[in-house]
Design a protein around this ligand. Structure first.
Ligand SMILES: *Cc1c(COP(=O)(O)O)cnc(C)c1O
Length: 461
């Protein structure tokens, strides 16, 4: 019985010759298409053998399934999306959108060759990232800077270059997970250093650090981690950063600060308090400060170390520095982003512009969307929302914003799924009974596309 059904399976070459696959063959390429056809037939064969399928699929059925799989594979690639979630630094959506000059710099550096490690004045070998590092020195007040691939890489390199083979003292309240699998104890272990935990989850005193340093002879550094993605309140205490720096220096140890965010300006001016600036950490005397390029700094994925020349010099010479270096495309975008800070043109940074946008502005945008989307078969309302900074910054601090709530015959998660599979995909927030489009995080130039995508998602039968 089973043998007969297996004999009835369509042949790969016959399916490939099916006229409905002609266009797909051009898009996917013949090798990939053949592999897809084979996988669909193989799966049917396994199902027949397992008794979960009772008749072989027809050629048409195989073709339909091949087309579904080909589309799903294509959608898995990285594509531009419209972020209507209201989360400004959305880690799953690539965090900060780039400023126009950063985008242009990236395109320019990708076109042909780039002066990555050549000094154009002398024609001799130059240092990679020397412009970015110079800008970071000016903007932070540090003696030296080093650019790497992301903040996790910066922390890894800071710990490896100061403490491998020795131990690092950290408060128990800072043994945190940042997200995406970045855990302080694990990164410490990967750096080749041993973790010495001091204090308790909620309270760590300066004396706890002093005792740990006095009791052991192998301590090489004190690590301080910024509690950016959560808040501890109530019966909590930890020493001031400057007191910890004093202790480190009296003990002839470097203080490594994992700052995360990387605010180059005081965000309190943009209504966001509680995010320390890079300059304040440098000023407090930290030997190495690690931060991200794509969080509140508003640039591409990158990691930065700033601090004292000696400590940066050791990090630069460490073999891991080569493995963790930044590629030329994000480097070009980072340099253009830093140039905006140097020129004082931070209004051009989309993430910072969103965070300081007035709620009147988002409200009138939501009103325009609502009137464009209104129709008898749906309920469209303007709603006040609490947008988020995101990206592990400011412990989920919210930003007052407005959006449009959509209720239609479609269940909200069905509508959200349709919007995700549109062109371009639109990512929304889903509440109990509605889809919400937040006006804060949609870029100014995306309004028409957004409205078109919503209209077509609602019109699919
Ligand atoms: C976000 C964050 C990191 C990781 O940064 P990536 O740029 O994602 O590698 C590390 N430490 C802290 C404190 C952070 O907030």
């Amino acid at each position: 019985m089973t043998g007969q059904k297996l004999d009835g399976l369509p042949r790969v070459d016959r399916v490939l010759a099916h006229p409905a696959l002609e266009v797909e063959a051009a898009t996917s390429g013949p090798t990939r298409l053949k592999a897809l056809v084979r996988s669909v037939i193989d799966d049917a064969r396994s199902e027949i053998k397992a008794g979960t399928r009772h008749s072989p699929p027809t050629e048409d059925e195989v073709v339909t399934e091949v087309l579904v799989r080909a589309r799903a594979l294509r959608e898995r690639g990285t594509r531009r999306v419209i972020n209507a979630t209201g989360v400004v630094l959305h880690t799953n959506l690539g965090r900060a959108p780039l400023a126009e000059p950063a985008r242009q710099a990236l395109v320019d550096a990708s076109r042909g060759y780039a002066s990555l490690e050549m000094d154009l004045a002398t024609g001799r070998r130059g240092t990679r990232a020397s412009f970015a590092e110079g800008a970071l020195i000016s903007l932070s007040g540090a003696d030296a800077a080093l650019v790497v691939n992301n903040c996790a890489a910066a922390v890894l390199l800071a710990l490896a270059s100061t403490s491998a083979g020795g131990s690092v003292v950290v408060s128990r309240g800072e043994l945190v997970e940042i997200g995406g699998g970045f855990r302080i104890p694990e990164i410490l272990e990967a750096s080749g250093a041993r973790l010495v935990e001091v204090g308790t989850t909620n309270r760590t005193h300066l004396g706890d650090y002093t005792r740990a340093i006095e009791e052991r002879s192998d301590v090489r550094a004190i690590l301080r981690v910024h509690q950016g993605n959560f808040r501890m309140t109530g019966f909590v205490e930890r020493p001031e950063l400057s007191a910890l720096v004093d202790l480190a220096h009296r003990s002839r140890l470097p203080l490594v600060k994992d700052l995360g965010g990387g605010a180059l300006i005081d965000l309190a001016r943009h209504g966001l308090s509680g995010e320390p600036t890079v300059a304040s950490c440098v000023e407090a005397g930290c030997d190495l400060v690690c931060f991200s390029g794509d969080k509140v700094l508003g640039g591409p994925q990158a990691g930065v170390l700033v601090g004292r020349s000696e400590a940066i010099g050791r990090a630069r010479k460490h073999p891991l520095a080569r493995a963790l270096r930044l590629g030329r495309l994000p480097l070009a975008a980072l340099e253009a982003t830093l140039s905006l800070y140097l020129r004082g043109s931070i209004a051009e940074l989309p993430a910072l512009a969103m965070l300081s946008r007035s709620s009147d502005e988002t409200r009138s945008r939501a009103e325009r969307w609502a009137s464009a989307l209104s129709a008898p078969d749906r309920r469209v309302e303007i709603v006040a929302t609490e947008a988020e900074v995101g990206g592990g910054a400011l412990a989920g601090a919210s930003v007052r914003s407005f959006g449009v709530s959509l209720k239609s015959a479609l269940a909200p998660d069905v509508l959200a799924a349709r919007l995700r599979s549109g062109a371009p995909p639109v990512i929304v927030r889903v509440t109990d009974d509605a889809v919400v489009l937040d006006a804060l995080t949609v870029l100014a130039a995306e309004d028409e596309e957004l409205l078109g995508a919503v209209a077509s998602a609602l019109s699919v039968p």
